[in-house]
Design a protein around this ligand. Structure first.
Ligand code: IP8
Length: 271
């Protein structure tokens, strides 16, 4: 495999924050996950979800609907401050593990000109950071757009852009579930998908896991599958693994068997 290829690691908002409580960082889990990431010598880009540092205020101020009145601006400012704080916590935790990282503000690099096409993406600062050995840390954000003035842009949408700009081997979603769950018609329950080609995922009925009581303006398990279907075309593998057990992440990185879902992407067929 080409050593210059990248892995993108998505730290889900639910695994690094407690989504029930405003700005509640799961410090120990973040430390344990960063510990594992720090052992990994491949080029990586980290994208994190906003969790309770973003979704609670995003919902309160209807940020996803775009600009309606000036009272939203205070909310927008607070979300930016809070998401920045979360990004910096990740950077500091990586730094403590001896891994130099740098946070980038997604809304300063990405601008949605027109909802029909991919947003414009100023990717050069990321490329430069990577070539000198820094790990870029990016996030979901409040994005400026031509149509609505602003909206919520998820980390998953950003990954969709990144896989089209970088030579990406794997996208690893570190979540708080054991993998992608499907309805099992025989057992009348749900079961985890362990490994499958992207094409099979197109046919499958996914069990919807979203916790309805939580403020989350972007995500459901079905939404995650749509993201995987899209990014899977550009990468070799997409993995969904539970970050509550960092040993599983370690095994995923070393390509050893563990509890997770591995979707084989279509990158090689596109060359
Ligand atoms: O948690 C959402 O990003 P996500 C960004 O990756 C904000 O969906 C600010 C709520």
């Amino acid at each position: 495999m080409n050593q210059n290829m990248f892995d993108i690691i998505k730290l889900g908002g639910s695994i690094i924050t407690d989504k029930h409580e405003y700005k509640q960082l799961k410090t120990e889990i973040l430390r344990d996950i960063c510990n594992v990431i720090a052992t990994w010598n491949k080029n990586i880009i980290i994208v994190h979800g906003a969790g309770s540092f973003g979704h609670i205020l995003a919902k309160k101020h209807s940020i996803i609907s775009g600009y309606t009145d000036s009272t939203q601006l205070e909310g927008l400012t607070d979300i930016r401050i809070d998401v920045n704080e979360l990004s910096q916590s990740i950077v500091k935790t990586l730094k403590n593990q001896g891994k130099p990282a740098i946070a980038f503000q997604t809304s300063a690099l990405v601008f949605d000109e027109n909802e029909e096409t991919n947003p414009s993406f100023f990717v050069e600062p990321l490329k430069k950071a990577l070539t000198i050995g820094l790990i870029p840390v990016l996030s979901g954000d409040v994005l400026f757009t031509n149509e609505k003035d602003f909206t919520i842009y998820s980390g998953d949408s950003l990954i969709n852009l990144l896989v089209q700009e970088f030579d990406v081997d794997r996208v690893i979603f570190i979540t708080d579930v054991d993998g992608l769950m499907v309805k099992d018609s025989k057992l009348d329950g749900i079961e985890r998908l362990s490994s499958l080609p992207l094409n099979d995922l197109r046919e499958i009925e996914i069990a919807d896991y979203s916790k309805k009581d939580l403020a989350d303006v972007t995500g459901t398990m079905k939404g995650k599958v749509e993201t995987i279907l899209s990014i899977g075309q550009f990468v070799n593998q997409v993995v969904v693994v539970n970050g509550n057990d960092p040993e599983r992440i370690s095994k995923v990185l070393r390509r050893e068997p563990t509890i997770c879902t591995i979707v084989e992407g279509e990158k090689s067929t596109k060359r």
